[in-house]
Design a binder for this molecule. Structure first.
Ligand SMILES: [Zn+2]
Ligand SMILES: [Zn+2]
Length: 174
């Protein structure tokens, strides 16, 4: 998404609102493609004299995989952002030289800001719903829809020793 700031640039203190939509947007997050749908970006840009300050919010949906039951589900998102953009080639205010965003000409490309804001709002361990029961660790069935007959006691005696070792390991790591 790009915003046209040609009017805004003419006078310090001027503000302008922008509403944009991004129908499909995907990000590569730790090697996994994450797809966002129907994103709406609602923002206000202001000419601060030194640069353009843009703040706003992003709403939309994201497709995720539940970390417990491995099913696909979608989640509604809403996140805020605020960022300063400086014109490429112009002097930057001294103390802000790290990680500043720049623009050239009369347009600001918002995609970097949008990607960053979306990455920050994604859950580390997505869960399809708070009461998700996940998969059975023994037979792998979905415990939300199936009642399997696995019981913790039903372990092959030859594997019981291993089971005990794993338990001890878990205790140590806690
Ligand atoms: Zn789930
Ligand atoms: Zn089971």
């Amino acid at each position: 998404m790009r915003i046209d700031i040609s009017e805004l640039r003419k006078a310090k203190g001027r503000t302008e609102e922008f509403l944009g939509s991004v129908p499909d947007f995907s990000l590569d997050i730790s090697g996994q493609k994450t797809t966002f749908r129907d994103l709406t970006v609602d923002c206000e840009a202001m000419n601060t004299g030194e640069g353009i300050y843009v703040q706003g919010k992003i709403t939309g949906e994201v497709d995720l995989i539940c970390s417990l039951c491995l099913k696909n589900f979608s989640l509604n998102l809403e996140t805020q952002f605020a960022e300063n953009f400086y014109r490429e080639g112009e002097d930057l205010p001294g103390e802000m030289e790290e990680s500043v965003r720049t623009y050239c000409g009369d347009e600001i490309d918002m995609s970097g800001t949008i990607s960053e804001a979306l990455q920050l709002v994604l859950p580390m361990k997505p869960v399809c719903r708070p009461e998700c029961r996940g998969l059975c660790p023994q037979c792998g069935c979905d415990r939300n829809t199936q009642q399997c007959s696995c019981k913790k006691e039903e372990i092959d005696p030859r594997l019981a020793v291993l089971g005990q070792l794993i338990k001890d390991q878990n205790k140590k790591s806690k």
